[in-house]
Design a binder for this molecule. Structure first.
Ligand SMILES: O=P(O)(O)OC[C@H]1O[C@H](OP(=O)(O)OP(=O)(O)O)[C@H](O)[C@@H]1O
Ligand SMILES: [Mg+2]
Length: 177
């Protein structure tokens, strides 16, 4: 079943069952890698909110969660300058930070966030992204955990929006062009 949001139509791309199964294996992998560390999951709002809720419960370890608000997209396009409007209150010095993103597209948002985090002197900074668009990525930092590599097309659902709509769809949809 396709969905219409404003002027655009979207078709199903990843079902909630496919997402659930991948999130569960990401959680198991992260548990292994962070078992002797002091992890704090740092979710990037708003898009991370669904993925963060599922992923954090799939990692069977003591951990903290925190959030930051970054915004750079207007409609389908990145403004190139992420605005940070919610700052981090937790002390992150010496901590093992895992940035939790719904999507890494051009890579611009995380590039800026990583630079901000360096000043807080964490012990390590890793990234988990549910979705990653290799053909759009313009940087060369590593993305440590990727749920799905996807084509360079706009997607919505499972936290991802088009003009702030579509975040509550349980499946992920891709634009029909
Ligand atoms: O790799 P990039 O090209 O920078 O794109 C990825 C970023 O864009 C989206 O955020 P957006 O600015 O739409 O804010 P939102 O999470 O509130 O939707 C998404 O949640 C990532 O944070
Ligand atoms: Mg958005």
């Amino acid at each position: 079943m396709s969905k219409k949001i404003h002027d655009k139509s979207f078709e199903i791309f990843l079902t909630k069952e496919e997402i659930e199964s991948r999130v569960s294996s990401l959680g198991a992998q992260i548990k292994k890698d962070f078992v002797r560390k002091d992890p704090v999951l740092l979710g990037v709002l708003k898009g991370c909110f669904v993925f963060m809720a599922d992923l954090s419960r799939a990692i069977d370890l003591p951990l903290e969660v925190s959030f930051i608000r970054l915004q750079s997209y207007e409609g389908f396009h990145s403004t190139g300058k992420p605005q940070i409007s919610l700052s981090i209150k937790e002390k992150l010095e010496g901590r093992d930070i895992l940035i939790v993103e719904d999507i890494v597209d051009t890579g611009n948002s995380i590039y800026h966030l990583k630079k901000e985090l360096e000043d807080l002197k964490p012990s390590s900074v890793s990234i988990v992204a549910l979705l990653y668009k290799p053909d759009a990525f313009r940087f060369n930092y590593p993305i440590d955990y990727v749920g799905f590599e996807i084509p360079n097309k706009f997607v919505v659902g499972y936290g991802l929006d088009y003009d702030d709509l579509g975040r509550n769809l349980p499946d992920i949809y891709q634009v029909i062009d």
